[in-house]
Design a binder for this molecule. Structure first.
Ligand SMILES: [Zn+2]
Length: 78
């Protein structure tokens, strides 16, 4: 999560001018190479749905790409 700390976030946001690109980036960052861990059941089987949400096959929890990142708490209109 190094790149989300401090002033780097300003550069990060500049490079991602809209919500869609930001979500896509976060989804790729969180679930890189298809790796997914459900925040509810810790299951690792799921699939990425449209709008960059991940659906857990085990408990059917739908996790947003912004969950558990800095963006979870910051309001950018995500
Ligand atoms: Zn789950």
């Amino acid at each position: 999560m190094e790149q989300f700390k401090g002033k780097n976030i300003l550069n990060f946001v500049k490079e991602l001018p809209n919500d869609d690109k930001c979500k896509a980036y976060l989804a790729k960052y969180k679930w890189q190479d298809g790796f997914f861990t459900c925040s509810k059941c810790q299951g690792n089987k799921g699939c990425v749905k449209k709008d960059y949400k991940n659906h857990c096959y085990n408990c059917h929890h739908v996790e947003n790409s912004t969950a558990n990142t800095l963006f979870h708490k910051v309001k950018f209109g995500l």
